[in-house]
Ligand binder design. Structure first.
Ligand code: COI
Length: 381
């Protein structure tokens, strides 16, 4: 859809809630169940483009039941976080990546695109408004959920001529109810998450609902999440809530960090990209040594099968397996249920990247070495 008028931060209108909610204690937070006092909405029409942005009290949206979002899943979303660091400074983690991906997702389902820098300005305004909701406990943050839906009242399958972008915020801790402990995955071979030429590489709500049955099956068998194994060779793809990384000790004495390539079936995760950047900086000597890593490191974006992981687990070459995601952060995996048995994965002092105690240090270092987007007016207070 052509952009007629783009998002205009200078036209922001703010309506403050007269019923501020009580702040929750961080320790009781369940991921994505608590929302801050305000949300941002920006309407769009094909004839006039993006309308004036409004920050208003968090509350129900009024939509016609014929809106295209309800019938043809014209919905895309993003997930990013604002953090309070040890000095109290607030930053958003790589929001430019989320804006770029949101525009790519919008194009895939014929929703309108927008100026990402303008939306980042508005995200800053929203975060400033609800700044007291940002937890200041390590490992906790404010999860920001920009969402774009088709709102045209129309049952014809077509690009919508009306849409709504809204942003809600939720204070969060760990995604998995077990906290930051290692998790167990269950290899799904019966269903596929994505197919070549499909929508797996885009952040669409439509990618998530069909995964819930596989996730429920994994949970019923005692695993935290399902791992999507694609095709007859059971290629490792992703977990749905996170990308996957495997670390092997290779026979030539190098440690190999492997993640499946972005072949159109994998979501291009921001945390995935950050871990690869951290590892590549290490290789090129641009960052401090990674604790626990003494061998030469190589980074491979290559196909990896469950057979390879299982064999490496049996012959001692498997160093670790972890998931990366904005919500999931870095989640160490300690076993994978696969064709009726468990493949065991080392965790603890042998691990290099995913060992939970090291993650906050690695993440802090990454954040101090890479450009951040601070929220200036907020940080003056
Ligand atoms: C995220 O990590 O932000 C995600 O979107 C995963 C989610 C479905 C919780």
């Amino acid at each position: 859809n052509p952009v007629t008028g783009d998002i205009e931060p200078s036209k922001l209108k703010t309506i403050t809630t007269d019923q501020p909610k009580e702040l929750p204690s961080s320790s009781g937070l369940v991921f994505g169940r608590t929302f801050t006092d305000h949300m941002l909405t920006i309407p769009w029409k094909a004839t006039t483009g993006w309308g004036p942005p409004t920050i208003q009290p968090y509350g129900p949206l009024s939509l016609p039941p014929s809106a295209t979002v309800f019938h043809y899943a014209q919905e895309i979303f993003e997930g990013l976080k604002a953090y309070r660091d040890a000095t109290g400074r607030v930053t958003m983690f790589r929001p430019d990546m989320n804006m770029k991906r949101m525009n790519t997702s919008a194009q895939r389902v014929a929703l309108p695109t927008f100026n990402g820098a303008a939306l980042i300005e508005l995200l800053k305004s929203l975060i400033r408004k609800d700044k007291h909701w940002i937890p200041d406990v390590p490992g906790y943050s404010l999860y920001i959920r920009p969402t774009l839906i088709g709102t045209q009242p129309a049952l014809g399958v077509q690009p919508p001529d009306e849409a709504l972008l809204f942003v809600i915020c939720s204070p969060v801790g760990p995604y998995y109810p077990t906290g930051f402990k290692p998790i167990a995955l269950y290899g799904t071979t019966e269903f596929s998450r994505a197919a070549p030429g499909g929508i797996g590489a885009f952040k669409l709500g439509a990618n998530y609902a069909p995964g819930v049955v596989a996730q429920r099956e994994a949970a019923a068998k005692g695993y935290a999440q399902n791992l999507w194994l694609h095709g007859p060779d059971h290629h490792i793809t992703e977990v749905g809530t996170m990308n996957t990384m495997v670390v092997f000790k290779q026979p030539n004495g190098v440690t190999e960090l492997v993640t499946p390539p972005l072949d159109g079936m994998i979501l291009p995760g921001v945390t995935r990209d950050s871990v690869l950047a951290l590892a590549r900086d290490h290789i090129s000597g641009q960052s401090a040594p990674i604790d626990g890593l003494t061998e030469k490191l190589v980074v491979s974006e290559r196909p990896v099968t469950m057979k390879e992981v299982k064999e490496a687990s049996q012959d001692g070459r498997l160093v670790e397996f972890f998931g990366t995601g904005t919500a999931a952060v870095i989640s160490t995996v300690d076993k994978i249920g696969y064709l009726g048995e468990d493949v065991h994965i080392p965790v603890g002092s042998q691990t290099v990247f995913g060992n939970p105690p090291k993650i906050p240090r690695e993440a802090e270092r990454y954040r101090s070495e890479h450009p951040q987007v601070p929220i200036p007016a907020l940080n003056k207070h």
